[in-house]
Design a binder for this molecule. Structure first.
Ligand code: HEM
Length: 503
């Protein structure tokens, strides 16, 4: 006669439902409890000890110093709790204790964090050789499996080449400058005499620019629909992938379904074809003739979703913090205004701002760099080691570990940035040499949208400082930095019109 366990296995194996729907695991648990009330706690303790031992074995492979924290969670909670603060408490404290290259255990993975400039640079520069991207599963689920941040090797190189040559090429972006300027002028035309929430304005502006460049659509109903769902989707990316109706991730997944449907409907009915989507699909079709139509469409859609994500919230957050820092520092406002008024003086009446003007305004560019240094849009990025990495003959990063090059620590390192919490755009000129800056990442994955983002912010600043004398902050805003830099009140301001006009 078959024992109870064998019968269960037979039932499960044959897809049967012998015990009113009970699965094998539940039956095993039930039996364990029936045998002895003490068995379950014993199994739990033994499993915990085995797991700790396993983890200790894995962690000991790296000769770095560090700690592995609690069972299962490791040091994830401590790491996450610092994310809302502008300061890297967790990383700084660990670096003080263990050195600037240390080991820990995060998101169920043995991890090395690099907080020293030299190692941070090495990690981003060895992309595809010693390291590859390793973004959380929630990114792939919400942005789509073919999005640029989750693909590697040939597929990634092909997508990147395409983006650089067809989407973010300076010649193409040059043509968009008038459109960006028109949008800024229109937005600012209603700012006088009311409280303006800069975050709302910046998010709308940055989204409209990205949507025009990526989808070729202008502000309107379709644009608003995608924008609202993209906000929900993006929020979900930074939480554990637990798909329940009330979790941020679950809401993000529903928003993704809506974005995919909206995009699919739009792509089928759009009046002008031969756009980014079509060109990309054509590129892949020629390169990988074995890909099915469904795969091609998926890759096309994920390219669009990935760009909509990468392009707008990052830029919007930087706009908001630029307005905050410039408004709080009258001497910076005066200097930036001088630079922008000089540009106006050299122009004929009615002549427009150009891409070249923006690139040539060095103080403005330093203001943007300083904002990105302080406001932490990108605190780190996610990598994994492709092979054992040795430093000084010691195995420090074993193959397959998660690696976080910590940009924020470099940006706040007083060796490079004296008085690091001070907003000081002059530091770039004074330093003489190039300061280490990872606001747009580094190496082969360096942000291809940096010039577009800088131009958008420059145009916003141009009209802000030449139309308004200053802006007053309404109430006290509290900054938070997770998942993106935000201000608790969305930066409400009241502008003071400019009394003096140039020329
Ligand atoms: C201030 C605004 C922005 C910031 C701070 C920013 C930051 C970054 C960073 C740090 C990375 C590197 C990620 C990594 O190494 O894992 C990156 C990649 C990327 N960014 Fe940006 N970005 C901004 C604006 C934009 C814009 C406007 C676009 C385009 C519309 C864009 C498109 C991309 C793309 C496609 C990638 C992936 C590149 C690759 O994997 O090869 N970004 N960005």
């Amino acid at each position: 006669m078959m024992g109870a366990l064998q019968q269960q296995e037979a039932g499960v194996m044959s897809g049967g439902d012998l015990n009113g729907g009970l699965g094998l695991t539940q039956m095993l648990l039930q039996q364990a409890m029936m045998i002895n009330g003490m068995t379950l706690p014993v199994i739990a303790v033994a499993a915990g000890m085995w797991w700790r031992w396993q983890r200790a074995v894995v962690m000991s492979k790296s000769k770095l110093r560090g700690s592995s924290g609690f069972p299962l969670l490791g040091e994830t909670m401590a790491y996450m709790s610092q994310m809302g603060s502008p300061l890297a408490n967790f990383v700084d404290n660990k670096a003080k204790r263990y050195g600037k290259l240390f080991k820990t255990h995060l998101f169920f993975q043995p991890t090395v964090i690099a907080a020293e400039e030299e190692e941070v640079r090495m990690i981003v520069q060895k992309e595809g050789k010693l390291f590859d991207v390793n973004y959380p599963t929630s990114f792939a689920n919400l942005l789509g499996p073919y999005n640029g941040l989750n693909i590697v090797g040939h597929m990634w190189k092909r997508m990147r080449r395409f983006i650089v040559a067809n989407v973010l090429k300076p010649e193409l972006l040059r043509e968009r400058v008038n459109f960006i300027e028109d949008m800024v002028i229109e937005a600012l035309s209603s700012w006088e005499g009311r409280t303006v929430f800069v975050e709302d304005e910046a998010r709308a502006l940055a989204f409209h620019v990205t949507a025009l460049i990526v989808l070729n659509i202008h502000p309107g109903e379709l644009n608003d629909k995608i924008k609202e769902d993209m906000y929900i989707l993006i929020k979900g990316m930074f939480f554990l992938p637990i798909d329940l109706p009330w979790t941020a991730y679950g809401k993000g997944m529903r928003a993704r379904e809506r974005v995919v449907k909206t995009l699919t409907d739009y792509l089928e009915s759009r009046p002008v074809k031969d756009d980014i989507y079509d060109k990309f699909i054509q590129t892949i079709r020629e390169d990988s003739p074995e890909d099915t139509e469904e795969m091609l469409r998926g890759q096309g859609r994920d390219l669009l979703t990935g760009l909509l994500f990468a392009g707008h919230d990052t830029t919007a957050a930087t706009m908001v913090f630029t307005v905050k820092y410039v408004g709080e520092n009258p001497h910076v406002l005066a200097e930036i205004r001088k630079e922008h008024e000089n540009v106006i003086k050299l122009k004929q009446p009615g002549e427009r701002l150009t891409w070249e003007d923006c690139k040539a305004m060095s103080f403005t560019q330093d203001v943007i760099t300083e904002t990105l240094r302080l406001c932490n849009v990108s605190t780190t990025t996610f990598r994994k080691s492709l092979e054992d990495v040795h430093v000084g003959g010691k195995l420090v990063i074993p193959k397959g570990w998660m690696v976080l090059p910590y940009f924020r620590s470099v940006h706040y390192d007083p060796t490079f940035y004296p008085d690091p919490y001070k907003f000081n755009p002059w530091r770039y000129k004074e330093a003489g040499t190039k300061l280490p800056f990872f606001g747009f990442g580094g190496g082969a994955r360096l942000c291809p949208g940096s010039e577009l983002a800088r131009t958008e912010i420059c145009i916003l600043l141009h009209h802000l400082v030449t139309k308004f004398d200053s802006w007053e902050f309404i109430g006290k805003d509290i900054p938070s930095f997770f998942p993106f830099p935000r201000l608790s009140k969305r930066l409400p301001i009241r502008v003071k019109p400019r009394r003096k006009t140039v020329k």
